[in-house]
Design a protein. Structure first.
Length: 84
């Protein structure tokens, strides 16, 4: 009886691990996960740009940077974007 109960406990725990792995694989295949990665990389890129720009401005006080790469440009308005 105890062996059977112990065996069932091990089987139940193994199934829980398998189900959580399957759920993770399914989630990583989803479009929501993909868009999260895209957004994360965009935020990282923008932050890196701003840090580099701040360091540039601190080092070269007499120089100016004219272009803001994050402003909305008219030619970008026709690009289709995925909405949440």
């Amino acid at each position: 009886m105890e062996d059977e109960l112990l065996n069932l406990t091990h089987i139940t725990e193994a199934l829980k691990v398998d189900l959580s792995k399957e759920a993770m694989v399914d989630y990583k295949k989803s479009a929501r996960f993909e868009m999260g990665l895209v957004r994360t990389s965009q935020v990282s890129y923008e932050y890196g740009y701003r840090v580099a720009l701040a360091r540039f401005r601190a080092r070269y006080l007499e120089l100016e940077v004219e272009e803001d790469p994050f402003k909305n440009l008219l030619e970008d308005s026709s690009v289709p974007m995925e909405a949440d």
